[in-house]
Structure formats: C-alpha cells, structure tokens
Design a protein. Structure first.
Length: 473
C-alpha cells in the first residue's frame, strides 16, 4: 500500500479508538485494585479457565461480589480480548522479540497499562497509580530493575499510536481479531458481510440453556426463570432452548443443580436434532465431553438404548459424568480413550448413529470466549485437520449400513468443514451426503451441508454434514 494510504489508515484507526474512548465513563481504580488486576492477569496465564484464575485472586483479596469486582472484571476481560494486540504493542515498545519472553509479572502489568491508557479514560489519580504503584509492586514481586523499567516505559505507552500497514491490520484494531482470520473471512464472505461477522463476534451473547425434557417442561422453566427476575426468550428454531441476559449464577441455581437446565447454545442443540437418534438405538459419540450433545441425544432417545461416549480429556469427562447424573440419564457408557480406537474397542458396523462433534479451532465461538481469538493460529490447522480426518475414518467404520453420522464443528473455516467432508466422500463412495434444509443456511461451499452464522442467526458459528452409509446390495 502507498505511504499516504497507510498514513490515512493509521489516522482513521486512531480517530476511531479516540471516539470509542470518549464514550466510556471516566475510570477510577484504587491502587490495590490495580494490583489485584495485575495479579489476576498473571495467574490467568498459568491456569485455565481464566475465569477461575480471576475468581481465586479476587477471593484472596476479599473483593468478590463488590463494586470493585465488577469494575476489575470488565477490565480483566477487556485485556484478554485485546491480548494479541497488546502484546504487539509491548513488542514495539520494548524491542523484545516476543512479549512472551518478558517476566510474567511485567507482561501482565504492561498488558493492563496499555489497555487502560489506550482504550479507557483513566482519571489523573488512576494514571498516576498505574505508573507508580504498579512500578513499586513489580519491584516487590520481582526485582527493582523490573519496576524501574516499567516506570520508564510508561511515557512511551502514553504517547503510543497504532500504525497499521494494511486494511486487515486496521480492522484488527477495530474488532480485536487476528489479521489472518480477518483476511480469511473477508475472502470467504466478502468485505461487507465479513464486517457484520466481526461485529457479531464482539457482541455480548445472551445466556443460552436447554431444558431437560426428561425432568421438566419448557413452560415450567420459563415461569421459574421469570420468578428469578429473568426474561427468557424461547428459541424459534429449537423450542427447548431458552435465551436470557446474564449474568446468571449457575452454581446457586436450583434448576441447574437439579439437572432441569443445561448450558447449551442453540446451534449446538441443532446437532443432535439433525442426527435424530431414536429410542432403543446404538449410538456412538466420538468427542463427547462435556456432554451437551450426549445428554441431548439421550433425551431424544427417552433414555432407552445405548450411547458409547468417548473423550480423552479427564476434566471434561468428569463434568460430563456430573451432568449426566444431574439429568437422570442412565444409558451412557463413558470411555476415557482416544476415539480413533473406538472401532477396535466396540467392533465395526455396530452403530445406528455416530455423532462426530470434532475437536476444532472453535473460531465460531469467539464471542463467548474472549481469549480464544488470539490462541487460534493458522499454523496449527494442519494437525487439527489430520485428527478430524482420522476421526471421520473411525466413524465410518463404526456405522452399520443404513446408519447415519453427523460431522459437526464450531469452526468457521472451510478447511475443517466442507473440505474434510469432500475429502471423505471422495474416499468413501459407500457414503452419501443427506441434504439439510434447515433451520440454518445451506453451505455455499458444499451443497447439502449447513452452516449457522453468528451474524445471521445470533448463535455460535457451526457446521453440519449428515452422512449416510449406503445399504449393502
Ligand atoms: N460434543 C461435546 C458437547 O457437545 O459437549 C463437545 C466436544 S468438543 C467440540 C471436542 C472434544 O473432543 C473435546 O472434549 C476434546 O477433549 C475431545 N477430543 C480431542 N481429541 C480427541 C480424541 N482423539 N479422541 C476423543 N476425543 C477427543
């Protein structure tokens, strides 16, 4: 791009940031609040989910449930959402090869400081504390040199201006998504629709729950939620899905504890409806934990038949066990095993239905998970695709002739979706794609497959391909 064009782009990005900032109220945070924020950001790098790390630190300092909790929580998630960009600024300011080689305390402090200076309107005292108190804090936590280094960098933070060199980099500053993802989505959807998607990925999603029809009726749950002060909306596409504004304290919710509601997105619930297992069937769920779809299938089967549920993640399996127990589901046999071994364990051609809700980049769920956006990288893609294809092979071997499998992901990338299914169909002429006609849109890249889009359908991005093994002649 020409130099003048780049200059104009950089100017427009900065003007946009300033406009957005002007809309925010003044930010006033006490010194101990800033220290708690830095500690929580530091811990969030060490253990996931970040929400848990935050809770541990806030609880240790006795701020849980206070006004300071709400204030710090919003800055905490703001930093996570912008982390990739903040780290780039750190590299520019320090000259380090990567933000990741810095001392973790310094990194956490710089992320917080850059976010607050660039995107908030800190009052004068907060700005002073951010410089002086955090420098002291770093000195105490690490080494006085680190504190001094941070203190000196602060002037550079105050005068920092972004300098995007392309449209993708400029959009990165507007939507806080990595440039490679922006480029890919613009190629796939065109610049205008891609921008609608980027906006949707930055909107705060409603809480979405599925009613467990083995234990409750939808109307009963709606009434109870209303009594709790919520205004649930019944999904038009999936009438057992309810959406309402958060926050919602699931830990203290009777409906949740009694297994009458389950956290699940509408697009995710559509997967089990599409596969449509019936009572008495033999079903295999190859990537099952934490059990959203397994439990839904068991419900559709009215708790009759059998579901073999595979996953390799012990913590997620533990959550699935608790979920199934709460929901009163008794037909699931869990295997903590690599699903690629499932045909060896269970035998070939034993299943009427196979659910393959494959591990993926999860790019369709960015709105729900603020830090995910910077974790997904183009480089890891090949490995994921290889695993997805090996799982497809296992699913093929498990199915009886006449049986059906659903290949689904919460990824937006065709490489993990349509491309995999095309590859599979070429290799397996004994399968056919069963055309899906709703409730979402046909895939533009594979006729018969279906896509849910955050900007079009107000749910997570999702892909569905229903495959049937032809009967033997
Ligand atoms: N179907 C689940 C639900 O609805 O709650 C979500 C599944 S999530 C998209 C993908 C899962 O695949 C993760 O729980 C992950 O641990 C699991 N996974 C990854 N590699 C696996 C493998 N080789 N075998 C079995 N499970 C695997």
């Amino acid at each position: 791009m020409r130099t003048e064009a780049v200059e104009a782009l950089a100017k427009s990005v900065w003007e946009y940031i300033e406009e957005e900032r002007a809309r925010r109220p003044k930010l006033s945070v006490p010194a101990h609040g800033l220290r708690i924020l830095v500690e929580a950001l530091k811990l969030a790098e060490e253990f996931k989910p970040s929400q848990h790390a935050k809770r541990v630190v806030f609880s240790k300092h006795g701020v849980l449930g206070t006004g300071l909790d709400r204030l710090l929580t919003s800055v905490f998630y703001d930093v996570l959402k912008k982390q990739g960009l903040l780290d780039r600024v750190i590299v520019e300011l320090t000259g380090a090869e990567s933000a990741l080689i810095l001392d973790p305390w310094l990194r956490a402090a710089l992320r917080a400081a850059i976010d607050i200076v660039l995107f908030y309107r800190p009052d004068r005292d907060t700005l002073r504390r951010l410089r002086w108190s955090i420098a002291d804090y770093l000195s105490a936590r690490t080494h006085p040199f680190v504190g001094m280094y941070y203190w000196q960098l602060f002037d550079k933070i105050l005068s920092y201006r972004p300098r995007p060199r392309s449209i993708e980099e400029a959009l990165e500053w507007r939507y806080f998504l990595p440039a490679w993802f922006i480029r890919r989505m613009r190629e796939l959807l065109g610049p205008e629709e891609a921008e609608e998607l980027f906006k949707a990925l930055n909107e705060k999603p409603l809480i979405s729950v599925r009613v467990n029809t083995l234990k409750a009726r939808v109307e009963e749950i709606v009434e109870e939620l209303r009594r709790e002060g919520k205004e649930p909306i019944i999904s038009e596409r999936v009438p057992v899905i309810l959406k309402f504004e958060g926050p919602y304290d699931f830990d203290n919710s009777r409906l949740y504890r009694e297994g009458k509601i389950i956290i699940q997105e509408e697009a995710s619930a559509v997967a089990s409806l599409v596969l449509a297992p019936r009572p008495g069937m033999t079903v295999v769920d190859l990537a099952a934990a934490p059990g959203g779809k397994t439990s839904h299938m068991a419900e559709l089967m009215r708790n009759r038949g059998i579901i073999y549920a595979f996953d390799i993640d012990r913590t997620r399996i533990k959550r699935m066990r608790m979920l199934l127990h709460r929901m009163g589901i008794t037909i699931v046999k869990i295997f903590e095993k690599d699903a690629r071994k499932a045909p060896k364990i269970l035998g070939e051609e034993i299943a009427d239905r196979v659910m393959l809700d494959a591990p993926c980049t999860s790019t369709g769920t960015i709105a729900k998970n603020p830090e995910l956006r910077w974790r997904v990288r183009e480089e890891g893609l090949e490995e994921i695709i290889k695993l997805q294809r090996e799982l497809l092979e296992a699913a093929a071997r498990l199915l009886k002739p006449g049986g059906r499998m659903l290949y689904s992901t919460c990824s937006l990338l065709p490489e993990e979706n349509e491309e995999n299914v095309k590859w599979f169909l070429e290799k397996h002429p004994e399968f056919r794609l069963v055309e899906l006609t709703g409730p979402y849109d046909p895939s533009p890249w594979l006729p018969g497959a279906m896509r849910a889009w955050p900007h079009r359908h107000k749910t997570i991005g999702f892909f569905y391909a229903l495959l049937e093994k032809k009967e033997k002649r």
